[in-house]
Structure formats: C-alpha cells, structure tokens
Design a protein around this ligand. Structure first.
Ligand SMILES: Nc1ncnc2c1ncn2[C@@H]1O[C@H](COP(=O)(O)OP(=O)(O)OP(=O)(O)O)[C@@H](O)[C@H]1O
Length: 626
C-alpha cells in the first residue's frame, strides 16, 4: 500500500473511537473495569469472536441469546459480519471528518460480495474507501486467479477463489477457539503478493502440536545439530590447522586402550573446512610414511563413488602437523553416527529387571538385519561393479546414520596403506563377501568373535532367525567360487528386496509429511523477527508517530491483540492457534477487521489486517533504510 493511504492513521481524531463507559465511574484499571457493569456490558468475546467459550463457565458479561448457528449476527443487526459497531461497545458512532458515511461498494464487488460488505450504518466506512483504494492497486496481482472464461464454476471473476485462510472456509479450523462463525461468511478479497502461495489452515488448539515436526524426529535432528556444532577440543595439543581444516575434535578416545587399524593406530576427528565452512570426518593414520604419490590413485577412484550407503571420500593427504608422519583421509561427516558395533554388539550397561541386575543384549530384529544386509549389499555391488573392492567391512566400520540407515565408512584407507602389495581385485571382492558374512553372523549373535565357534554361530542363527537369513549368511562365508558374486546374492533376497523398497518409500512419505508441518514456520519466524525489530525501540519512545496519536501506534496495539489478550478474569490468554491465525492473516493482508483496544481500554481502533500489514511494512522499511 502506498504511504499516502496511511494518512488515515495519522489523524488522531479519526483513528480512535472513544469508548464511553456506561457507568459514570471511570474504571481505574483494566482489570477492575472488566468487573464493573458486567450486567450491562456485552461480552467482548461475543463481539470479536461471535461466541464466548466462558459463557456457561461464569463469564460475568452480558451474552445475547443465541441465534441460528449459521448466522451469528442477526439480520436486523447493524453489525456486519466482519466489522464491529461502535454502539456495541457503548460508544457513539464515530465518523471521520473527511470520509463519507456512505458505504462505497468496491469496484470489484459483485452480488455475493455485497451481501458481506459492511453495511453503511453503524460502521466507520473509512476502511471501505481504503479497501477500494487497495483494490485498484492490487488487482494486478492474483497468484490464485483462475481465468475461467469457459467454465461456469469459476465464472465469478478473477478473485472468486477461496482463500482458506482469510475466508474461514472451514470454520472449525479457523477460529480462536476452533469455530469462528463471525468470519465464516463467504466473501472475496484482494490478494496481496505473499511470501508463500500456500497457507496452512489454522488448527484447533488441541492439534496445535501438529504445526511442528514430531518430537522424535526433532530430538534426533537436534542431537545431530549439537554434534555438528559442539565446540572443538581444548588442551589436547591438536594442530590449529592442517591442509585447510581447523577446529579439530576427536570422535573417539585418544588415550587408554586402543585398537589398531591393520598395523597402525588411527583416530577419527571432526574438523571444519575453511573453504566451505562444512564439517568433515578426518581419519588420521598415525606414523605412516607414504612412499609414493601413486598410492593416492585409489583415493581418486573412491572420490568418484557416490552411493547412499557409502560415506563419500573427499580427499587424502599426508601431514606432519600432529608431530609425526600421518596419513589423513577426509570423508563426509554424519553427525551423531554410531558404528554397528556401538549400536548392536557392544554390551550395554547392566540394568535392574525384576529386582535383579541384568546385562542386556537385545537381539537385533530380523527385519532390521535384512534392511542392513540389503543396504550393505547394494553398496558392495556399486563398488564391485566399478571394478573395485571395499577392503573393510566390519561392525566398527559400518555406521548407522539414521533410523536403520547404514553407510560403509573408511573406504580407500586400506588401498593407500597396502598400495605396495596390489592384490588381484577378484580376490579382494571374494574377501569382501567373506567379511560381509562375518558381519551378518556378528549381528545375529551379538558377538564380534562369533566365527571363532562356527558351528555354534550357525546353530544360533538357525534358532533365532529365518531359514532365508541363515542361507544368505552361509552363502557369504562359503568358499570362493565362480558363482559366488554380489549379483548372485541379490537373487537370494527375493521378496525381502521389495519389502525394503516399500519401507524406503514409506519413510520418504513420513519425512515429507513431517516437512509439511514445518512449511509455514520459517515464514512466521521472519514475521516475528520483523515485530522484534520494530517493537519497543527506545529511540522511538519520543517520536510522535509511535505515540498514542501516531500511525505506528497501531503496531503496538496489534502486538497486544496477538500476544497480550486477557480473559474475562484478567488472566493471560495463551493460545497458539490465535497467534498463528492472526500472524497468517496479517501476512496474507486479509481485509478482515479486528478491534484493537488501547491498554487503558478507553479507546479502540477498528482496522483490517491489511492496514496493519501495511503499517508494519512501512515501519520496517523505514528501519532498514536508516
Ligand atoms: N564419517 C563419519 N561421520 C561421523 N562420525 C564418524 C564418521 N566416521 C567415523 N565416525 C565416528 O567416529 C568414531 C570412531 O570411528 P572408528 O571407525 O575409529 O570406529 P572404532 O569403533 O573406534 O573403530 P576402531 O576400533 O577401528 O578405531 C565412531 O563413533 C564413529 O561413529
């Protein structure tokens, strides 16, 4: 809206409607005033929302007898469906000096619109003229407009599409307390350009939690975020910087008992790359002297492999930054990842069960093992098809990076470490299958050393799991043979493969629906940030535009309307649906009007969300220009 339109608000006498209290005694405080004259004063909930949910629960104000549900406002009443009559709040009719009392019908309004246009009597008509001004400017834009020239259903003109948000098309979804009959009448409106074209329906308070993603996903993502942004380690004598990586943080203990990676000790670190600012996982192999640059050729091949079940290899280098000759291989970092060993094999701390301290080692469900087997098999197939071998497949080198989601880590390291030996790839691929089989036995028996007693391991798998799973594990640990290939393994999966694909698609659906619940929140956060920038700025405290007679005063009152409402007992109303409904209508620039009441309850303003929006926009752009 053009700045000039706001002149309406800058005339103090025309902006405020003085509320004349019916009693001669002036209320000394808002709370006190709420208790006085309660038998004569009509309940404001009825006026604003069309109903009062406290009517039968002790609300002390006057509630007119209920009318027909579909028309909360009596036909003979001067109160329009979307506006508030001054009489209703015991105030004289206020007519701004410069604006006619006639109710100009906006140029676009057809029959159906007229029926919901505010009637001329009892309503300040100034907003209607503002409304038509808006219309002239905004007819240009209508992202939802349907040019239905040949379609009777849509022959109502370009603005006839229902905005679920503004119209309250589904009253049960719209109101402050669920239903909102005051605003349920059908009317059309001028659309303003929106940040997003789709708007959520507001929900009853009882379903407000569905505005956000579910708790378990949120908690998981928060844990990942914490792991991503936890501060780097101090006092560990780690290098400040190596080859463009800084802020090193060890991902495992660097002292005490340590296992070797082949013949070498190795440590995983999280580090930040200075070029892109992202976190990466660095595997450092200690005291390794690289004899020839060609040993990195394997890393180059690995860096070309991109697979959802393989942790991507980025680069490798040698460094003396740790005070020794170290080899460092850089991988994508998956925050909060755990190894299969940590997730399933590592003995859990003993817990009390039925009064006795028991060591827990819950068996991995068969469906989970199948999911792991299929994912790992797909990763191996991609690598074997590329003429390479995994070289390391064990419970400490397969990471769980989400719900049943696994990725093979540490690829490429062994290729560098054993470059001199250069064994035949076919042989290495057979070794991969053997390592894979051992991993399946380890998972089925919760024991890394299960293969040390092969007969017992086979018996255990047969007892606890299906014959198909047993057959797959036996195939993997069988002697090398021409038909023992990863491709042949897929033939053994049969229907399990289809079940896994179904599960994958279900999981995508679940995530998409979780994402939907967050869709509007970023937009609302930006709107709230605008409020934060604008409201309560000390430098405005002496500016006339922000005083009770200035045009910016409306923003303060709107903020009170959204966040600081009190019920008839003076208790704060904490209602998320109300806040979201108001903010969304504000963002949509709805024509719907609300009554803003000053803090001393002595005056009120009837304004549309569109006008508040315009006021906020101009205040914000002024702030940004300063
Ligand atoms: N790419 C990665 N992203 C995130 N975390 C990782 C990544 N790679 C490894 N980790 C984590 O680093 C930790 C150490 O990994 P590592 O492969 O050394 O496992 P380990 O169980 O310590 O095995 P080893 O005994 O061979 O050292 C594990 O907790 C693992 O989850």
């Amino acid at each position: 809206m053009a700045q000039g339109d706001m002149a309406f608000f800058s005339r103090p006498s025309s902006a405020a409607v003085k509320i004349v209290a019916p009693s001669t005694q002036e209320p000394s405080s808002p709370r006190q005033s709420a208790k006085k004259d309660s038998t004569q004063r009509q309940c404001r909930n009825i006026l604003i929302y069309g109903h009062c949910k406290f009517q039968d629960k002790g609300c002390i104000y006057y509630h007119p007898p209920a009318r027909e549900e579909s028309s909360p406002v009596p036909p003979d009443s001067p109160v329009p469906s979307a506006a508030l009559p001054a009489q209703a709040v015991n105030a004289p009719v206020f007519v701004p000096k410069t604006i006619s009392t006639e109710s100009p019908v906006p140029a676009y309004a057809g029959q159906s619109r007229q029926s919901i246009s505010p009637p001329s009597s009892g309503v300040p008509s100034d907003h209607q003229s503002v409304q038509s001004d808006y219309q002239e400017q905004e007819d240009i834009y209508d992202p939802f407009a349907y040019n239905g020239a040949n379609d009777d259903t849509f022959s109502d003109g370009p603005h006839s599409m229902v905005n679920p948000y503004v119209n309250g098309a589904d009253p049960a979804m719209m109101g402050y307390d669920g239903a909102d009959p005051l605003y349920s009448a059908q009317f059309t409106f001028a659309r303003q350009p929106l940040n997003y074209h789709l708007y959520t329906q507001s929900r009853p308070e009882s379903l407000a939690h569905r505005y956000f993603i579910s708790d378990n996903i949120r908690e998981e993502l928060q844990r990942r975020s914490e792991s991503l942004y936890s501060s780097p380690a101090h006092g560990l004598s780690l290098p400040e910087e190596l080859q463009g990586y800084h802020s090193l943080l060890p991902l495992e203990p660097t002292a005490g008992e340590r296992r070797k990676f082949g013949n070498w000790y190795s440590t995983m670190y999280r580090a930040t790359n200075s070029t892109d600012g992202l976190a990466y996982a660095l595997r450092r192999v200690e005291n390794f002297r690289l004899m020839q640059q060609a040993a990195f050729s394997g890393i180059e091949a690995w860096s070309r492999i991109r697979h959802p079940n393989i942790i991507s290899v980025r680069e490798a280098f040698t460094t003396r930054a740790f005070g020794d000759n170290s080899l460092v291989v850089v991988y994508d970092y998956h925050p909060n990842a755990r190894t299969l060993y940590e997730a399933h094999v590592k003995p859990k701390a003993p817990q009390y069960q039925n009064g006795r301290l028991m060591t827990q080692s819950p068996r991995v469900p068969e469906s989970t093992i199948w999911s792991y087997v299929i994912q790992i098999a797909r990763a191996i197939k991609a690598v074997h098809d590329a003429g390479m071998a995994m070289r390391v497949i064990d419970a400490t080198k397969v990471l769980v990076t989400g719900q049943n989601r696994v990725r093979i880590s540490s690829c490429g390291v062994v290729d560098v470490l054993t470059y001199e030996a250069r064994p035949e790839v076919a042989l290495l691929q057979q070794e991969d299958l053997m390592m894979f089989g051992k991993l399946v036995f380890a998972l089925c028996t919760n024991n890394l050393a299960a293969m040390n007693n092969f007969a017992k391991a086979v018996e255990s798998v047969g007892r606890h799991y299906s014959a198909e799973l047993k057959a797959v594990s036996l195939f993997l640990v069988s002697k090398p043979a021409p038909n023992k290939t990863i491709g042949h393994l897929f033939e053994m999966f049969g229907g399990r493969m289809l079940a896994e694909m179904d599960e994958m698609q279900n999981s995508v659906d679940r995530l998409e629906s979780e994402l939907m619940s967050e869709l509007e929140n970023a937009r609302l956060v930006r709107l709230l940030c605008k409020f934060g920038f604008i409201n309560e700025r000390p430098e405005f405290s002496r500016e006339p535009r922000w005083s009770e007679t200035g045009d910016r005063y409306i923003i303060k009152l709107f903020r009170d309307y959204v966040f600081h409402q009190v019920d008839e007992h003076g208790n704060p109303v904490v209602n998320l649906s109300h806040v979201l409904t108001c903010l969304n209508r504000l963002d949509a620039g709805s024509e719907e009007r609300i009554m803003l009441v000053s803090r001393d309850e002595q005056s009120c303003l009837v304004v549309s969300y569109k006008e508040v929006k315009s006021c906020i926009d101009s205040a914000f752009s002024e702030l940004s220009r300063r």
